[in-house]
Design a binder for this molecule. Structure first.
Ligand SMILES: Nc1ccn([C@H]2C[C@H](O)[C@@H](COP(=O)(O)OP(=O)(O)OP(=O)(O)O)O2)c(=O)n1
Length: 182
């Protein structure tokens, strides 16, 4: 059954397969999000109203800021504070790993957590957003200081990943590429 009830809402992408209330699969692309946020950032646990169908939506980011925007804003932040003297690659790496630890702390002892974090409070979600942002900020600055053009590097790496893990070969399996015989 195809959802046909309207225009794109914030955070929607194409062709998301979800499960309807009667258990059958539905393509909810172009469905209207009931709690619909603006552009980008629709929570993945949003619900759609579609003749009784309630389905999870795929989440997308806002298009901005770009990674280059983040690099520039952080460079301005450090310049204004004369902190470049501290922001050498190894220090940035340590700072980033510390922030990864802070992300881990938010998840520890909770057991597995469902996608969309449905049981988390708004305050917990905001805390997570802060810590993930800290990781990203330090990652981007580390890449800058190491002269890695991160947006292009990630495209090259993803191309390599596709070669290493051909969908036809690994579909549905999480095995490491070294575990495949041929
Ligand atoms: N020398 C520094 C210190 C901070 N920051 C910026 C980048 C991070 O986004 C954030 C990190 O700040 P804190 O070290 O104060 O860490 P938290 O914000 O995580 O605070 P807390 O450790 O209390 O949770 O601030 C920076 O660029 N350079």
């Amino acid at each position: 059954m195809m959802a046909t009830n309207g225009k794109e809402a914030g955070g929607l992408t194409d062709g998301v397969l979800s499960v309807s209330s009667n258990g059958s699969s539905v393509d909810v692309a172009n469905s209207v999000v009931v709690n619909g946020a603006g552009t980008g950032g629709a929570p993945s646990h949003s619900k759609v109203q579609n003749g009784g169908t309630v389905a999870a939506q795929r989440f997308t980011f806002s298009p901005e800021p770009t990674i280059e925007d983040i690099r520039r804003l952080q460079a301005e932040f450090t310049d204004e504070r004369n902190w470049n003297q501290f922001h050498q690659p190894r220090n940035l790496l340590m700072a980033m790993v510390g922030e990864v630890g802070e992300v881990a702390e938010l998840f520890q002892w909770r057991g597995e957590v469902a996608e969309g974090l449905p049981d988390w409070t708004e305050s917990e979600r905001e805390h997570l957003a802060h810590e993930l942002s800290d990781v990203l900020i330090y990652l981007v600055e580390l890449a800058e200081k190491c002269r890695v053009d991160l947006p292009q590097a990630v495209l090259r790496k993803m191309a390599l990943n596709r070669l290493k893990y051909p969908a036809s070969k690994v579909h549905g399996s999480a095995k490491k590429y070294t575990e495949y015989k041929d």
